[in-house]
Design a protein around this ligand. Sequence first.
Ligand SMILES: [Mg+2]
Length: 311
Amino acid sequence: MDEFALIRHYFRGLTPVREDVALGIGDDCALLCPPPGEELAVTTDTLVAGRHFPEQATGYDIGWKALAVNLSDLAAMGATPRWFQLALTLPQADEGWLAAFAQGLGDLARLYGVGLTGGDTTRGPLSVTLTAMGSVPAAAALRRSGAQEGDLVCVTGTLGDAALALHTLQAGEQVDEALLARLHRPQPRVAAGIALRRLAHAAIDLSDGLAGDLLHILEASGVGADVSVDALPASPAVAARQEGRLSLQLAGGDDYELCVCLPPQNLAEARRKLDLPLTPVGRITARPRLRYVDAGGRELLLNFAAYRHFG
Ligand SMILES: [Mg+2]
């Protein structure tokens, strides 16, 4: 099969008929129709072999994760996912891999009702670039810049699971299935992001680890935060780690949970609306500094650098 036949064959199932697609794959551009009164939310992420996923990741895992990390960015803005574009670079047209990749991508796409509206395929070292698009009512998007003194810093789900799975894989040890799924098949917190639109002042998704990602909110908002390390929500597997727990939870990365800043009086309603745990882990302060404290309020001197590609 030539390149075009391959794309048609494996990605055909990813282009459902949608009312908000005036013209899909097959022309020079797609024509998309965001709902009137809503803003278009657009994000792009690239996954490169050897850097963003371990050798053991299957085509299915890579397809799933490529879309999941993009939907996570939409979730962090409170946007409703609608469409995505895919640029795929492959060393060779391996049909088995391509079928698995399309399956992983398709399973997550169907879960969130997003449609593939175009893309490109080229030959080269394995790399997946995905652009996801969604919409959010005008002025309702959750930005990084809205955190205010006194807000609670809260996170969804648990932190450190994906990092523990990766750490265990790299040590050549057996990894529990549920933990491995946290690494390879993150669940974007789309419903949580939408539910928090009118309750939170600021949000970000946790891709590099709370230590680094929270800093983005603090810098954009011109505030600081006290984070209570004993409050960080952990799964039993991560909680069992005496050593290295904080490093996994603060700087491990790949959590794809949401970190939101909200006024304390909104916490109860936010928890009612979410179908996953929302845990306060700190508080926004006026002084622009990120401090870590223990349960007794004593400051801990930790220095966790987030994962950086160039640095
Ligand atoms: Mg993000």
